[in-house]
Design a protein around this ligand. Structure first.
Ligand code: COA
Length: 269
């Protein structure tokens, strides 16, 4: 995810194989190589067998899924890190909330296109997953999901926090933590249960849906935990904190626990 969105600001990539002169389109702050854009197609992720009560979100439902996540992450320091900036001190709560929802709509849509988005109930809980060897680094996904709009929707400090600090930190931390297994792991990017749906086992269903498959395939599962309340919950599913990283640009450092779940031997279960 990280590089992905960060990388679309790096702009033109010349195709070594092609002798054609790449045509470029200019978007605010973005120059896209149309050849690269049209060569890349979204790929459907393999979906682990769905347990009762869990289903995959369709593109038509992205707003409902994002609304659930927005509710779940209403108090989250990491999610608000690029929104609650000193240069947006004049914004009302409603304006910040609208941007919060908008960002989650882009992120959710990108995961519908290139990852896996699952829900329980009537959008009571939502999980955004990136399956092994998947990413949303291509221009088509950035365009189709609306992620490119963050280039002008975030403030100048918001862009610095999001593109030059947050995304590279997430990307580099995942890469250095998992090493060669980075591409052979499941990534739980977001999980949230709406306030009305908590404590009913919804998140458990969404997590176990994928951890069961990861166990069968012998793959680790990776996540960043942004809330101090959550590591005990994740430990309950077999995740362990392997390191802690920090975002430094706000008044107080924002902490993220990096957790990895090693695959359980199927024989022991
Ligand atoms: C964290 C969150 C997703 C949990 O959702 P939920 O649907 O209420 O969780 P569940 O009811 O499925 O409970 C999860 C499991 O953890 C267990 N659990 C709950 N609190 C626990 C604790 N303090 N210690 C250990 N286990 C705990 C539950 O017993 C349950 O396990 P079980 O199914 O084996 O009984 C939800 O509180 C949330 O959305 N929080 C805000 C957003 C957020 O922080 N998301 C995570 C980002 S890192």
């Amino acid at each position: 995810m990280a590089n992905t969105i960060g990388s679309f600001r790096v702009d033109i990539v010349e195709s070594k194989e092609s002798t054609l002169n790449p045509a470029n389109v200019k978007l605010p702050g973005v120059a896209l190589n149309l050849l690269k854009l049209f060569q890349l197609q979204p790929t459907a992720a393999a979906v682990p067998p769905l347990p009762e009560g869990v289903r995959v979100v369709t593109a038509a439902e992205y707003k409902q899924a994002a609304a659930c996540l927005a509710d779940a992450f209403a108090e989250d320091d990491v999610v608000f890190y690029p929104i609650d900036t000193p240069d947006r001190a004049h914004w009302t709560k409603q304006e910040k909330w609208a941007l919060h929802v908008e960002i989650l709509e882009y992120v959710t849509y990108a995961h519908i296109l290139k990852g896996l988005v699952t829900i329980v109930g009537d959008f009571e809980a939502v999980a955004l997953w990136m399956p092994p060897a998947s990413d949303m680094d291509d221009y088509l996904t950035i365009l189709r999901s609306g992620m490119w709009r963050l280039n002008y929707r975030l403030s100048s400090e918001g862009r610095r926090r999001f593109f030059t600090e947050f995304l590279p930190l997430l990307h580099d931390t995942k890469h250095s933590t998992l090493g060669p297994r980075d591409d052979a792991s499941w990534y739980l990017v977001y999980i949230g249960t709406s306030t009305r749906g908590r404590g009913k086992g919804h998140a458990s269903k969404l997590i176990r849906h994928v951890t069961n498959q990861a166990d069968k395939d012998g793959l680790p599962v990776y996540l960043e935990s942004s809330n101090k309340k959550n590591p005990p919950i994740y430990r309950h599913f077999g995740f362990e904190t392997v390191r802690t990283v920090y975002l430094h640009r706000a008044e107080r450092n924002v902490e993220l626990d990096i957790m990895v779940r090693e695959p359980k031997s199927m024989e022991k279960q």
